[in-house]
Write a protein that binds this ligand. Structure first.
Ligand SMILES: N[C@@H](CCC(=O)N[C@@H](CS)C(=O)NCC(=O)O)C(=O)O
Length: 100
């Protein structure tokens, strides 16, 4: 499955883009304009209106380091419901630690 990575390359989205590129994970880059980050459509993906965000099927994740931890997990484990919950918890932990 192709994952979508949202965010311009001149942003923290570069981290998420770099890792999927390095790992050979099929991806679609949705570059986004910074002015569109607070639009209703994008807020459904990241309610904070920031980039990057990842969409993998019906799973949405934001926080660049949480996205990278998700991306480096083997698909067979990362894409299970329990692993996705772990990814959300990591996202909360990383947001708290970074103050973002
Ligand atoms: N800790 C977050 C930071 C995300 C962040 O602040 N992204 C910036 C771009 S590098 C952004 O979306 N800024 C838009 C805004 O704050 O309105 C992460 O690493 O993903």
């Amino acid at each position: 499955m192709t994952v979508k990575i949202y965010g311009p390359t001149a942003s923290r989205a570069a981290r998420a883009l770099w890792i999927v590129h390095e790992l050979g994970i099929p991806f679609e880059h949705v570059a986004m304009e910074m002015k569109d980050l607070k639009g209703a459509e994008y807020l459904k993906i990241n309610p904070n209106g920031k980039v990057p965000a990842l969409v993998d099927g019906d799973f949405k994740l934001f926080e660049s380091m949480a996205i990278n931890l998700y991306s480096i997990s083997p698909p067979s484990t990362a894409r299970t419901a329990s692993s996705r919950q772990v990814s959300r918890i990591r996202r909360c932990a990383i947001s708290g630690a970074s103050g973002a």
